[in-house]
Every structure is written in structure tokens, then in C-alpha cells.
Design a protein around this ligand. Structure first.
Ligand code: ZN
Length: 56
């Protein structure tokens, strides 16, 4: 279980470091958020991107 989670985070963070901080604003990503939805951005930046039109 834990190894799968780590592998997932590695895939999201190619530099080999878990994404504990938002790549856009540099704010710390709450641990709850990291576990619920692993990603590279905080909720604020992620929702801003989603509002802009998803992955485009
Ligand atoms: Zn951010």
C-alpha cells in the first residue's frame, strides 16, 4: 500500500522528492491534501488550473 503511494508520488515528482510544496506558489501542501489527491500543486493553484480548462 505504502510503496504504491510512494511510487505514485515519485511519478508525479520526477526529481525524486515528494511534492510537499506547490510548484506554482511554493506554499506547503497540507498532508491531508497530499494523501487525498497527490499532486504538484496546492488546492488554490490546482483549482485555478482546472478553472482555466483542465490539462490544456
Ligand atoms: Zn499553489
Amino acid at each position: 500500500m505504502r510503496e504504491a503511494l510512494i511510487a505514485e508520488q515519485r511519478a508525479l515528482a520526477p526529481w525524486g522528492k515528494p511534492a510537499t510544496h506547490c510548484v506554482d506558489c511554493g506554499n506547503e501542501i497540507p498532508l491531508e491534501r497530499q494523501q487525498a489527491a497527490p499532486g504538484l500543486r496546492c488546492t488554490h493553484c490546482q483549482s485555478a488550473i482546472e478553472r482555466r480548462g483542465g490539462s490544456r
